[in-house]
Design a protein around this ligand. Structure first.
Ligand code: ARG
Length: 587
């Protein structure tokens, strides 16, 4: 049990004893982390909430609750302001909690008692279209969520729902037949296919005859022409190989690659079924789903307000020409995930621009009676320093591959400046960890819904909330253990450490909080909570390290401080690992 849960339980028991049947259990009373240490570690407004219900004086009620709590072994209690109850955890209890963390490979994080099958749909670039920096956000956030959800004991399935069946294939097929450089294609399939697409796209604008030929190629593909299907398959295959290389560098893995085309055969029956059930109907030749009036207009994803009137915005699931759409595929995909994988939860890590799309999809599922924990884990844009969408100097979208290359190159300079004498091979590995860590941490330390500015200097700085700062903190801890010839993973102790100095207590306070931070991330898919926590931890380690000599102290004080160091190293490693970031032991 975490400290928060322990204190909440004490509070609940005290309230039950005090109020008995009067306690309306509709409000489940918990303690919360106090915003400011002056109010202790945890705080509860229970007395104020209940006083209102019971028409009592809140401070008087708080006095009674305190009486009922009595002397707690874990914390001192006090009343503050209009009736807050503050809990100040005793250093001895922090110490005891650290002691149990020391023997726990999960560092106090308790797996969920209600494990679910969670599909995480992320990255999902489109074949022959650029996997641009916007996909970075999805790829990095999705991977972290998968790691955390798995660590919490859920069954997690990662699925890369690539866009492998779009209209872009008309142009790709034509380009393949007329404009292809096979050597380049083998060398860098992603970039080459993209070039082909861009060139043919321009050509189509100049020559209507080419546009017509492209359309014909697309129709041939869609009606099963074997030559075109063969080329299409090769495009997908080559793209996958190229993508795999990128994912490997990022240490990201997909359990499945069920792209859009996987669902082609399911689309027609799906539309048929929705029509039979009266959920979809014909409109101007197309098949659409309209609002069923379930929501207030403000919340209805099938309505839009214009000049003071609510106008319908249906989800189109079959065009008048018989073609299916992105929404149709997503409905079929959701079906498959429920029926085949028995998913309880499906989380889509996709930009905020697709908000309406997902609202409509989830709402159609509601109309069909399909339920689950469906979430659109949305995110904002990445901006350049000029606060405009992040682009290369010549105005092109930035490719993820280039971002990785540049990050590693810049990181090698940082590493070289810091420690020029390290062996070349080791420097290379460190630069890799630092460069990729920097991109990931810059992403994950943001509130995902805000736009953020992509700033190389900031993300690679050795100070501030950056990966290099955290990596450097870890290196510092490791160097302590190198000097003692022990390692932080195996260090054990007969008894709980003793915490005296304020900076030791502060470090302990943060270490035990790991158990509370990790589970909370999944409530609203907010990895930035973990990033912010780890930064606080590293900072408080530095303060401790400055204030309290470790190796120069003696006896049990030395042992206690080594325990603090070992747990700092372990929490940093585990925590950064959950963010997908590697920590080198030297740099
Ligand atoms: N390929 C889409 C895009 O790049 C993202 C797909 C997200 N997943 C989904 N099931 N719709 O915008």
């Amino acid at each position: 049990m975490t400290i928060k849960e322990t204190l909440s339980q004490h509070l609940q028991t005290a309230l039950k004893n005090l109020l008995g049947d009067n306690l309306s259990c509709a409000c489940k009373i918990n303690v919360e982390i106090a915003q400011d240490l002056r109010y202790g570690d945890y705080q509860s407004n229970a007395a104020m909430v209940l006083a209102r219900q019971l028409k009592k004086n809140p401070r008087a009620l708080a006095e009674d609750i305190l009486q009922g709590l009595g002397e707690l072994p874990e914390a001192e209690t006090e009343i503050a302001g209009p009736g807050f109850i503050n809990f100040r955890v005793r250093p001895s209890f922090f110490a005891q909690t650290l002691f149990s963390m020391l023997g726990d490979p999960r560092l106090g994080v308790v797996a969920t008692s209600n494990p679910k099958t969670i599909i995480i749909d992320f990255s999902a670039p489109n074949v022959a279209k650029p996997m641009h920096v916007g996909h970075i956000r999805s790829t990095i956030i999705g991977d972290t969520l998968a790691r955390i959800a798995r660590f919490m004991g859920n069954k997690v399935i990662t699925d890369n729902h690539i866009g492998d069946w779009g209209t872009q294939f008309g142009m790709i097929l034509w380009g393949w037949k007329n404009k292809l450089n096979p050597e380049l294609l083998q060398k860098d399939p992603i970039a080459t296919l993209l070039e082909v697409y861009k060139n043919v796209n321009t050509l189509c604008k100049e020559q209507p005859s080419v546009l017509k030929e492209c359309k014909d190629e697309l129709v041939k593909l869609q009606s099963g022409d074997s030559e075109n299907l063969e080329i299409w398959k090769q495009c997908i295959q080559l793209t996958k190989v190229g993508l795999e290389k990128i994912y490997k560098r990022l240490d990201i893995h997909f359990d499945y690659w069920l792209g859009e085309s996987f669902y082609n055969d399911a689309l027609s029956p799906l539309v048929q079924n929705l029509m039979e059930r009266g959920i979809a109907r014909e409109s101007d030749g197309a098949i659409c789903v309209f609002s069923d009036g379930f929501h207030d207009p403000q919340q209805d994803p099938f309505l839009v307000s214009k000049n003071g009137q609510w106008l319908p915005v249906p989800a189109i699931i079959r065009k008048a020409d018989g073609g299916f759409l992105y929404a149709t595929t997503d409905l079929a995909t959701l079906d498959y995930r429920i029926n085949h994988f028995h998913a309880d939860a499906i989380w889509y890590v996709v930009g905020a621009a697709q908000d309406k799309h997902f609202k409509q999809i989830f709402d159609i599922e509601r109309m069909r009676g399909v339920t689950g924990d469906f979430r659109h884990v949305a995110f904002g844009s990445i901006l350049g320093k000029d606060r405009r969408p992040f682009k290369t100097r010549d105005g092109e979208t930035v490719s993820l591959q280039d971002v990785i290359d540049e990050a590693i190159e810049r990181a090698s300079r940082v590493v070289h400046e810091k420690n020029p004498t390290l062996p070349e091979e080791e420097k290379k590995n460190i630069a890799q960890a630092v460069g990729i860590g920097a991109i990931k941490f810059a992403e994950l330390s943001q509130n995902r819904l805000s736009d953020y500015i992509f700033d190389w200097d900031k993300m690679l700085a050795l100070t501030g909330d950056t990966a290099p700062y955290l990596q450097n903190s870890f290196v510092r801890v490791c160097s302590i253990f190198r000097k003692t010839n022990t390692d932080f993973e195996s260090i054990q102790s007969e008894k709980a450490p003793i915490l005296k100095h304020e900076s030791e207590i502060q470090l302990a306070r943060l270490l035990v909080r790991f158990a509370e931070v990790v589970p909370a991330i999944l409530d609203d898919c907010r990895p930035n909570l973990l990033a912010a926590y780890l930064y606080d931890l590293a900072r408080s380690f530095h303060s401790f390290y400055e204030a309290c000599p470790v190796l120069r102290s003696e006896g049990f004080e030395r042992e206690s401080r080594l325990i603090l160091c070992a747990l700092t190293a372990r929490v940093l490693k585990k925590g950064m690992g959950l963010l997908g970031i590697t920590l080198p032991e030297r740099m």
